[in-house]
Design a protein around this ligand. Structure first.
Ligand code: F3S
Length: 430
């Protein structure tokens, strides 16, 4: 892999030890990816506060901790300030409500060390899996280094910016140096569609688009699907947010096209750049049902926990949720957790949605995700409900719970009655 003069100087230590180590990592990484060179990036979505193992990292402090976990160095390195604009992914705890949720003092202490250290180094603590909702909105063609699997398809497909799914290490090295290997979805050819998906039915809710994404991810695993949507209804923002998370859960899809909708597919042919699809899938009503059956593991009507906000809820979703919860109370046998970015929560507080939501007994949470906040998952939870395909996919494996997948409305009803009845869900599937 060719390095330019500035990159060689970084590698030789001219810009200090942390940039040298970061460039060493990027150089090895780029060679492994078969990249011919690095490219400049000024947009990194970093994975900083995601270490749910205090017992492992307790023996490291300050620079030793960061050197070990982000630059893979046994020697403590004095870390420079970040070169690139950056924002952070979720943290292991809600940085404010951690105690109320039962997270340990140890974990909180480590998160605080990391948070204070990161701010000093020029890391911008946004703490969300949806950076595009809170001020990190790259432009078309912009080279980025993002870590979250559900945000990557949004970056590539909806914004037309360019990123691969990065790791904590590669993103940290990119933020320090302002570089990322020119490979994968940074290159024009790799962005062309490989498979066609003909959409044969109307998909009109986030629930539908979650199942559609889950179907495509499951069928393709990898690849770049192009959806032939014809005159069927186009998705809105919340449908796309769930679709992205689903397509990257059952599979590893990082980019897709939707004919006449996403910026690199004004037509279905242009998505293929003159090439032909490897094969064509046709998504029909039976596929919708099959996708649900593959995903849904709920069987007990009683649910002890309802999880909304995966990916982190938008302002509109909180607005709708507050309408559904107005004047109602959550069952004493069930908890309702809603996750959102702290910046969005602030808007919900200002507009009164948060007060309505919390008055019902639900908990509006930020900075983290129910699947990574170690030690807070309710011990009595054996059956949960969620409106997210991603959550329904991962929760059983991570927590041992069975998960009902349903609409937001049905999840709210489950939280209020303590039972998942799925009335709207079954209607949408019928
Ligand atoms: Fe975000 Fe956690 Fe879902 S990181 S996308 S809320 S699994």
């Amino acid at each position: 892999m060719e390095l330019n003069r500035e990159e060689k100087e970084m590698l030789n230590g001219k810009f200090g030890p942390s940039k040298r180590r970061a460039m060493e990592l990027l150089y090895e990484y780029g060679k492994a990816l078969g990249a011919e060179k690095l490219v400049a990036t000024n947009n990194v979505h970093m994975l900083i506060g995601f270490y749910p193992y205090p017992e492992v990292i307790d023996s490291y402090h300050g620079e030793a901790l960061v050197s070990k976990f982000f630059l893979d160095s046994d020697e403590p390195i004095e870390i420079d300030r970040m070169e690139s604009y950056n924002t952070t992914h979720i943290w292991a705890i809600d940085l404010e409500k951690w105690k109320q949720l039962g997270a340990s003092e140890d974990l909180h202490r480590i998160m605080e060390i990391l948070r204070n250290y990161s701010i000093k180094k020029g890391i911008s603590i946004s703490a969300t899996c949806t950076p595009y909702q809170v001020g990190n909105l790259p432009m078309r063609g912009e080279h980025c280094a993002w870590t979250e699997s559900s945000a990557v398809p949004f970056c590539n497909s909806i914004l037309g910016a360019r990123t691969n799914v990065e790791t904590a290490h590669s993103a940290y090295a990119s933020a320090l140096t302002g570089k990322i290997p020119l490979s994968g979805f940074h290159l024009d050819n790799n962005r062309l569609a490989t498979h066609q998906v003909d959409l044969l039915i109307d998909l009109t809710t986030p629930f539908h688009w979650n199942l559609f994404g889950y179907y495509i991810g499951e069928k393709l695993q990898l690849g770049v699907p192009a959806v032939k949507i014809g005159s069927k209804p186009k998705p809105d923002f919340n449908m796309i947010k769930g679709f992205n998370a689903a397509i990257a859960s059952s599979g590893g899809v990082q980019m897709y096209h939707i004919e006449g909708f996403t910026p690199e597919a004004p037509t279905i042919d242009s998505a293929f750049g003159g090439g032909k699809p490897q094969y064509i899938l046709r998504f029909n009503h039976q596929d919708l049902i099959d996708s649900y059956e593959m995903l849904n593991s709920g069987n007990e009507k009683d649910v002890q926990l309802v999880i909304l906000g995966c990916p982190h809820y938008s302002v509109e979703q909180l607005f709708r949720l507050s309408r559904m919860l107005e004047g109602r109370k959550i069952s004493p046998n069930t908890r309702l957790w809603i996750w959102t970015a702290r910046q969005i929560k602030e808007i919900a507080v200002r507009n009164g949605y948060a007060a309505v939501i919390e008055k019902s007994g639900a908990e509006l949470l930020s900075d983290s995700c129910p699947l990574v906040t170690k030690g807070i998952f309710p011990k009595d939870a054996v059956s949960i409900a969620t409106d997210s395909a991603k959550q329904a996919h991962y929760a059983p494996a991570i927590t041992g719970c069975r998960a009902w997948m349903g609409t937001m409305q049905d999840c709210v009803e489950a939280a209020i009655t303590g039972k998942f009845k799925g009335e709207q869900t079954w209607k949408l599937l019928s």
